[in-house]
Design a protein. Structure first.
Length: 128
């Protein structure tokens, strides 16, 4: 083989090595991105909270009904039923920032409630 052919073969070999190195670096970067995305997803799930309505002050019935209707898209009868029954009604899991805003408005309206971390949904049993 002459010098020119050897030089061309060396360039091709280096190009293949470089391509393989780029592909490996790309896969490592992709795996890192996926790992960070999974971590962010679990962090967001950990920040979900529920609002548990437990009652209201005696003179604030109408204001609490208005606040419930505003934030939870309830009709008048649905909101009134929730407010009049002195039991626990759990509103679905929501981001912590939204729950803080709702909690502030409900507190101003005279509602009593508890904000707690959302419980993970149970997986249905597998049928074999």
């Amino acid at each position: 083989m002459d010098k020119y052919t050897k030089a061309m073969l060396l360039k091709i070999k280096n190009a293949r090595t470089l391509s393989a190195a780029k592909a490996f670096a790309g896969s490592v970067l992709l795996n890192e991105k996926l790992r960070l995305a999974a971590r962010e997803k679990t962090r967001k799930q950990a920040q979900l909270v529920e609002i548990v309505y437990t009652g209201h002050n005696s003179d604030s019935l109408i204001n609490v009904i208005k606040a419930m209707r505003t934030h939870f898209d309830l009709g008048l009868k649905e909101a009134a039923d929730i407010v009049r029954i002195e039991g626990s009604h759990i509103f679905p899991a929501m981001p912590k920032e939204r729950a803080d805003m709702i909690a502030r408005d409900l507190l101003d309206a005279g509602a009593r409630f508890v904000v707690r971390g959302a419980r993970p949904k149970r997986q249905p049993p597998r049928i074999r």
